[in-house]
Structure formats: C-alpha cells, structure tokens
Design a protein around this ligand. Structure first.
Ligand SMILES: Cc1cc2nc3c(=O)[nH]c(=O)nc-3n(C[C@H](O)[C@H](O)[C@H](O)COP(=O)(O)OP(=O)(O)OC[C@H]3O[C@@H](n4cnc5c(N)ncnc54)[C@H](O)[C@@H]3O)c2cc1C
Ligand code: FES
Length: 277
C-alpha cells in the first residue's frame, strides 16, 4: 500500500498527487512512468512521473480524470492509500547537453514535458516553452515552467490565453522569426505531436515525442503498446515511451488508438465512466 501525502486539484479535469513510494523515488529519472492500481481489483493505469523527491521518498503524478480508474483515483484523499505503484518503468529520456531546446506541451502532456525540461535546465541548456490547451483553464504547471524557462509562449483554441490557435502556429512564428533550436520536445495528444513533426521534419529539426498507446502489462510481453519507429517494431513500455518523432509512424499510432475507442466505450458503460467519453 502506498500513502498519498499531497493532493491538488489543478483544473476541472486534472489533479496532482504526491505518493510515498521509496523504491520508485530512489531510482526514477525524467521520461519514466509508473503503473498504479487504485484498489485490489482495479485496472492498471500508466502515469508519467512528473516529479520526485529522493529525500522524502515521494513521487508526484498528474492525471486527467477521463474514465473509470482515474475517477476511482480522484476519490482518494490525502492520508488514503493506493494498492500498487510499480516502477520506474520505461527508458529515461536521452537528454543531451544542447545549447537551446524548445519544449511544446499540449493539455495534460505538459506533465510529462515538465521533468524533461527541468532536467535540461539543470544541465545548463537554455529552454523555451510553448504551452497549449483548449482554454486558459487547461494550461497546467505554468509557474513551475516559468521558474526555469527563458521564454514561455501560450496558445489556446479559444484565444483565452496567448495566441488563438494551435501550438504549431506559435512554433511556425518562432521559426519564421529566426529562432534556432537544437531540439524540440513535443508532448501532448497524438494529433498535436504529428502536427509538430509535420513542421519540423522538412526542416530537419530533431524532435522528441512521448507516445502513450494503450498499455496492459507494461513489461513488453502483451504487445498492446506496439509502435513502428524507423520501420522497426518497438514497444512503448520498454523501448519508450520517448522516441525520435521524425521516425514515428503516427498514422499507424492513430489507427491503433481509434481501434480501441469502441471497446473502451463499451467497457465504460455501467461503470459511471461514460460521462467522460
Ligand atoms: C506511458 C504512459 C504515460 C501516461 N501518463 C499520463 C499522465 O501523466 N497523465 C494522464 O492523465 N494520463 C497519462 N497516461 C494515460 C492514462 O494512462 C489513461 O488516461 C488512463 O489509463 C485512463 O484510465 P481510465 O480507466 O480512467 O480511462 P478509460 O475509460 O479506460 O479510458 C479513457 C481514455 O484513456 C486512454 N487509456 C485507457 N487505458 C489506457 C492505457 N492502459 N494506456 C494508455 N491510455 C489508456 C484511452 O485512450 C481512452 O481514451 C499515460 C499513458 C501511458 C501509456
Ligand atoms: S504494455 Fe504490454 S507490451 Fe507494452
């Protein structure tokens, strides 16, 4: 059992929790994730390690309440426990000591982006960031990112914060203005990451992405998280979740994501999760 020692509501659908998990806290690095089960009979939920405190032996996660299991997690409060908290899983991100990097985070994708950018800053890399969301309410971790970023730009679908439009609109402007980045790290919905790569690939700008296909065992055994990268089959749980975005077959990822949509909808019926469909 793993004790919840802090909980914050970040907006109407996103919450943050800090959980005592000594083994994970001792070993984890940016880019890695955990799989938790809320209860003994619960489903396994993969969530990125957003932050960790090795002295306190705690790990911070941020989750969007989208379906049954994340709704069960949301019912837990400080002092409660979760049944399992397995990790660190996946590969740490290969962060390079570049001169200048641009991070692009969409929606809850800002959560996995944050630990990577924070580490790059600690390595002496100059970091610019574009934060995007449906509206101002869905921009998370703004203060945390501002603590180290040189420049922070915003894009919202409804124009309630920053540029009205997509993160790629801001990206194109920055590149048109002559900004040079050694690497771009984009994390968010698949369509967003694909759109970023559509801009960066023709220009040959190195672009890292983080894939989150449906995961079941998280050990490379079930094949659920199969993705094609550079023509090779990879498993996001053990080979990723971070990959070279210029080599990812996004069209296949999108097809596989849509393949599960109907089943997930059917699974949620009667469990109360249909409200989040
Ligand atoms: C490596 C990795 C890291 C992730 N990190 C985060 C994070 O930091 N914050 C966050 O909010 N979400 C994260 N996710 C997605 C998160 O795991 C799912 O949103 C969660 O499992 C949904 O569970 P549910 O029962 O509430 O929803 P369900 O009703 O089961 O599904 C709702 C939606 O969640 C997605 N989903 C469901 N099960 C999985 C699964 N096993 N793997 C991936 N996606 C799934 C589906 O595409 C669906 O659209 C991550 C996923 C992966 C693979
Ligand atoms: S989750 Fe089973 S192979 Fe990756």
């Amino acid at each position: 059992m793993y004790k919840i020692i802090d909980k914050k509501v970040l907006n109407s659908t996103v919450e943050q929790m800090t959980i005592l998990a000594p083994y994970v806290a001792r070993k984890c690095e940016p880019g890695q994730f955990i799989i938790l089960r809320v209860n003994e009979d619960g489903e396994r939920i993969p969530l990125t390690i957003v932050d960790y405190d090795r002295d306190e032996e705690s790990v911070t996660i941020i989750y969007q309440v989208v379906g049954y299991s994340t709704r069960q997690l949301s019912k837990k409060e400080i002092g409660d426990h979760v049944e399992d908290f397995v990790g660190p899983l996946g590969q740490p991100t290969h962060l390079q000591k570049h001169k200048r990097v641009l991070g692009i985070g969409g929606g809850v994708g800002i959560a996995p982006l944050y630990p990577q950018l924070k580490k790059l800053h600690e390595m002496g890399v100059e970091v610019d960031v574009i934060l995007g969301g449906r509206s101002d309410e869905f921009i998370i971790l703004e203060d945390e990112v501002k603590a180290f970023a040189e420049n922070v730009y915003f894009a919202t679908n409804d124009g309630s914060r920053g540029k009205e439009g997509f993160v790629t609109d801001v990206l194109k402007e920055l590149l048109d203005e002559g900004n040079v980045y050694d690497e771009i790290i984009a994390i968010g919905p698949l369509v967003m990451m694909k759109a970023v790569v559509d801009v960066t690939k023709p220009l040959g700008i190195a672009t890292g992405v983080s894939l989150n296909p449906v995961m079941i065992d998280g050990t490379g055994m079930c094949g659920g998280c199969r993705v094609t990268v550079g023509g090779e089959t990879k498993f996001a749980c053990v080979d990723g979740p971070d990959f070279d975005g210029l080599l990812v077959d996004f069209d296949e990822c999108l097809r596989r994501q849509n393949m599960y949509k109907e089943e997930e909808h059917a699974c949620r019926v009667g469990l109360g999760g249909e409200n989040y469909a």
